[in-house]
Each structure stands twice: as C-alpha cells, then as structure tokens.
Design a protein around this ligand. Sequence first.
Ligand SMILES: Nc1ncnc2c1ncn2[C@@H]1O[C@H](COP(=O)(O)OP(=O)(O)OP(=O)(O)O)[C@@H](O)[C@H]1O
Length: 315
Amino acid sequence: MKTSSELRLAPGTVITGKWNRGRYRVERLLGEGANGKVYLVEHSRRLYAMKVGGDAVDLQSEINVLRSLASRRRRTEPFLLAVDDYVHRDGKEYPFYIMRYVRGSVLHEYLQREGADWFPLVGYNLLGKLAELHEAGFVFGDLKRENVLVGSYGRVELVDYGGATAIGKSVRQFTELYDRGYWNAGSRTAEGTYDLFSFAVLCLHLFEGRRLLQLTKTLLPQNRSPADLIRLTTGHPALKPFAGWLARALGGEFASAREGAAAWQRIMYGGGVKPARRRRSTAGWAAGLFACTMIALAAAIVWMISEGMLPTGLS
Ligand SMILES: Nc1ncnc2c1ncn2[C@@H]1O[C@H](COP(=O)(O)OP(=O)(O)OP(=O)(O)O)[C@@H](O)[C@H]1O
C-alpha cells in the first residue's frame, strides 16, 4: 500500500473497488488532513464522501470504529457504506472507504452564518453524538471545530474518526488546545470525561477564541490549569447560561456524556436561552414583501370592480 499523499484524483476520474467492483466518479476534493484525502464522489446517481487513506493501519482503525457504530445504529442510514482498495494504473494500491456525504459546514462557519442562537441546539446534538460513540465503547479523542460538520436545522455529524480510541486505552490522536493533558486537567486515558473536556474547550474556542489562544501563548506549561479556562466561561453572552455546565465538564464532573447532554438540555429549556431561528435571506424578505403587495393590489382591484369603480369589460 502507498500513501494517499502521492495520489491526486482529478474530477471525472472513475475509481473501481478491487474487491466489490463498486464504481465511484470523483466530483471534487472535499478536504485533506494527516490521515488522508476526502473526495466527493458519485455512485448510482447519489453523492458520497470517499476517504482515501494515508496509512492503511490508521484507516483500518477508523473503519473499525465506524463498523462498530453501524452495528448499533440499525434504524438510521449507516455512515460507513463500503470499504475497498483502489488499484491505480501504475499498479499501486490505495485503501479507501465510502461514507455518507454530509452536506454541511464546519461548526464555526455554520454559527457565523446562521447565528449564535443555534449554539445550544448544535451543542446538544453534538453531546448526543459523543454519548452514542461512548456507549459503543470509544471516545472520539480529536474533537475540534473542523471535525464537526453541521447540516440543516443544526444536525451534527462527526467526521474524522482517526483519533477514536477504545475506552481505557491511551488517546491515539489529539490536538493540544483541546487536550486535557495539555491543560494539566487529567490523563490522556480514553474515557468519556476526556471528550467532554474537549467539548468545553471547543465552546470556548467558538466564542472566546482570541482569549483562549492568548492563554496558550502567555502561560508556562506547568502553570496551565482548568481554572484559567473556567474564567473564560462567563464573558460571552452565548456561553453565560452554560458557564456552570462548562465548569463541570472542565472539572471532569459528569459521569457520562449522556448525563452531560441531559444537563445541557435542562439549561436550554430552563429559560434564558434564545431559541434558534433560521435567518431569512434578503431575497426571502424581498419575495415575501412582493407577494404581500400583489395580494393587497389584487384585493383592491376586486373591491373597486365590485363597487363599479372600474370597467369590467368593453361591452
Ligand atoms: N462525510 C463527509 N462529508 C463531507 N465532508 C467531509 C466528510 N468527511 C470529511 N469531510 C471533509 O474533509 C475534511 C478532511 O477529512 P478528515 O478530517 O477525515 O481527514 P484527516 O486526514 O483525518 O484530517 P486530520 O488531519 O484533521 O486528521 C474534513 O474537515 C471535512 O471538511
């Protein structure tokens, strides 16, 4: 097997799986990272995402996690759809897998576009995803803004299971800023509280990014502590209602992500949190205004005709 970094698939390229003979037409590159490249592909007139692995072992461990999740989510459309190898015309082989294409934006872009009102619901949905993963026996490990895609109405999907680790083992892959070891807040053992800590840092990164990054520059490694993070939880109006929740997550106080999600939901419905509303575009407003004007005009014409103020014909 070769690494995918050498492989560039141009739009229009057709990939045929060596084992299952599935044919996938490359539309475009969706993204790339340390573990491989992700392409948008078309198969049987539907769109999917194809990850071509950088390293067969890393890709296999992602596949194992996705398979284990698929066996639990029998009632929903599976995320992992096919696993195969691609043989390039020069004879090199590249492992790949096909997953559901998530039409969405990375978390911070979604909130910038749709507004911070969506944060409580998106946060709740993300906690649900983490709880589901933990209940399947894994922690996500590398939770960060880029690995959370948000689709319509705040639906959340985690992508990049390269850091997912069986509970009890040492977290395989993480990003320093989100790592509780970096903040002297606990070990790198894969347990639910590890992801909840990263989730809390993710919330801070969304709304207090500048102050958070400032801390990483000014504090000496031995002086970093969760208390510094807790101080950031009360500054921004979007975070304020959740300040107590965030402090508990940073302190490792939730027994599970499910418990954390339930506590988050109580805050959402306990008042003080604005419900999410879809932003209407300018075009939407203009169309609405135009329709109202037309209805008013039509009503006026009908009234004038009925009052004999307008001729009804040429007879
Ligand atoms: N199922 C999907 N649907 C839509 N876009 C996706 C999907 N999976 C991945 N992407 C896009 O591709 C990007 C790279 O994917 P991914 O994070 O899995 O690669 P990686 O090599 O593991 O990255 P990293 O270096 O962060 O570990 C993602 O940030 C996302 O924008």
